[in-house]
Design a protein around this ligand. Structure first.
Ligand SMILES: Cc1cc2nc3c(=O)[nH]c(=O)nc-3n(C[C@H](O)[C@H](O)[C@H](O)COP(=O)(O)OP(=O)(O)OC[C@H]3O[C@@H](n4cnc5c(N)ncnc54)[C@H](O)[C@@H]3O)c2cc1C
Length: 479
């Protein structure tokens, strides 16, 4: 019997797990994917929003501003890429200026530091590629960008190091109320626990509805993107938003922490909770609407497109509370944007809630820091030579686009909660994220996975677990 079971190892579940791992409690995370970061956290804009967008007084606004303020220190403690690049909301039509002013006032009321309106002249100095139509902008100096994969992975690794158990490929099928807790029915057997945290992303409604008569509905709201090569990464330096609409924050243009340019997302409500395909219409919309705020985006440099699903609940608010008719069952639902930005604060909020309910005591030896995968590019030439002399795997380049070495891939596989698939390696190291999109390095990474994971054959190497095997037979099988 666990004290706490968390359903979902996205950024919310992993942040909650890490914050709860400060206390003496037995904690288990159940994840249907083969790795952490298999849901919405793997496909979003990766912006650490300043917090001017959410309705004043809302939980969303409060946790966004708190999470933003926590992110920089967290990135140092857990060693993941984060950059405070500031954000700009562009007004391209004088008639919409009242909307911009309103956003600025909301930002101030939400407690966003330093938020102010700037005029075209100042804006042009900050962003030479801004649209010729731009008349003014809202500048939020605390806006940032983050690597969502490594934020999620770092939180989970640190939780694991502090004693949290993770069970992957474990899908929750049912949750049954018992006299003193819950029985969670999974495809890998039953799990007993005193408390449950529901952090299941777009499926949080299904999990909630297993225990409550007050039904919840989460609508997947798809957002499609174009990702451009690093050669386009300096087209803008801030995150550039259009004025938001009811459906979201509009099409943004932003550099990523790794130096690419990201443009998107659209916002379309769909039925399919696995519907992460991109569409011609969606990408056309991305391209045409981005031109409203930024000119001459070099679309010939697109290296891939992708889509993510927002977990939209009709009230557009984070739902973080004990379910009224299910004592000991905590929802962490409706975590759409700015969920990534708010994630550090979401973790603290849920941990505080359970600490109080369960009288949790702090551990004597909580490990607050974690070291990420060593990136030889951060070393001087001399240091890199020394490293290669000690470990020749750091001299063997596997991904030539991103210059990722065998040493980094071995680290990704053998560290806590290590990579087991091509995507697992990719999200931890960036091998396969470059211009050729894994065309050249996949077979070499597959050989390393086969060699390094005990019991693995080439048939066990998958793109992302489940039925995504890459090798399904040999040429001779077909004769
Ligand atoms: C297009 C788009 C753009 C966005 N941009 C931003 C942004 O720029 N900044 C920002 O702050 N936020 C942004 N967000 C929001 C942010 O990505 C999410 O709020 C955040 O990633 C949600 O994390 P989560 O852990 O709650 O959900 P998820 O990452 O989806 O994790 C839920 C996990 O639960 C697992 N799960 C589901 N059902 C079960 C089950 N039955 N059993 C076991 N496991 C289960 C899933 O496999 C998944 O791993 C964006 C979202 C989208 C879609």
């Amino acid at each position: 019997m666990y004290d706490i079971v968390i359903i979902g190892a996205g950024v919310s579940g992993s942040s909650i797990a890490r914050e709860l791992s400060r206390y003496n409690a037995s904690i288990c995370v159940l994840e249907k994917g083969e790795d952490v970061c298999s849901g919405t956290t793997k496909a979003n804009s990766a912006i650490v929003h300043a917090g001017f967008d959410a309705k004043e007084g809302s939980l969303m606004a409060k946790l966004n501003v708190q999470g933003n303020a926590m992110m920089e220190q967290l990135s140092k403690d857990l060693d993941f890429p984060y950059k405070n690049n500031g954000s700009l909301v562009i007004c391209t039509d004088e008639s919409t200026r009242p909307g911009l002013n309103e956003l600025c006032e909301r930002g101030k009321k939400n407690g966003v530091p330093g938020v102010r309106i700037i005029e075209r002249e100042e804006l042009l100095k900050m962003e030479p590629n801004i649209s010729d139509e731009a008349v003014a902008a809202l500048y939020a100096p605390t806006g940032g960008i983050v690597c969502p994969f490594n934020l999620n992975i770092a939180l989970a690794e640190n939780a694991y190091t502090n004693g949290v158990e993770f069970r992957f490929n474990t899908k929750v099928l049912d949750v049954k109320k018992q006299e003193n807790g819950y029985t969670i029915v999974t495809n890998n057997g039953d799990v007993r626990t005193k408390y449950v945290v529901n952090a299941a992303g777009v499926y949080a409604d299904a999990i909630h509805n297993m225990v409550s008569e007050n039904k919840m509905k989460i609508t997947p709201r798809k957002g499609e993107y174009c990702l451009l090569d690093k050669s386009a990464g300096e087209h803008v330096s801030h995150t550039i938003f259009a004025l938001p609409t009811k459906m979201g924050k509009g099409i943004l243009v932003t550099p990523t922490v790794h130096g690419n340019l990201l443009v998107g997302p659209t916002a379309t409500d769909i039925d399919n909770k696995e519907g992460v395909n991109t569409t011609r219409a969606g990408l056309d919309e991305v391209i045409s609407k981005s031109a409203i705020t930024v000119k001459n985006v070099p679309y010939r440099q697109v290296i891939t497109s992708f889509a993510g699903l927002r977990a939209h609940e009709e009230h557009h608010e984070f739902i973080i509370e004990e379910v009224k008719d299910a004592k000991g069952f905590i929802d962490c639902a409706g975590i759409e944007s700015p969920g990534l930005s708010a994630s550090p604060a979401i973790g603290v909020m849920v941990a505080d809630l359970l600490k109080e309910k369960m009288n949790l005591e702090e551990k004597e030896h909580f490990i607050a820091t974690r070291k990420g995968i060593l990136n030889p590019e951060d070393l001087t030439l001399e240091e890199r030579n020394e490293l290669i002399k000690k470990n020749s795997a750091y001299g063997n380049i596997i991904c030539r686009c991103e210059m990722i070495t065998e040493g980094e891939i071995l680290d990704a596989i053998h560290r806590p909660l290590g990579a087991k698939s091509l995507d697992g390696v990719k999200r931890r190291t960036r091998a396969g994220m470059g211009r050729c999109q894994a065309g050249f390095c996949s077979p070499r990474t597959m050989e390393i996975l086969e060699r390094e994971i005990p019991g693995f054959t080439m048939y066990d190497v998958t793109k992302s677990g489940g039925d995504s095997a890459i090798v399904v037979g040999t040429n001779k099988d077909r004769v």
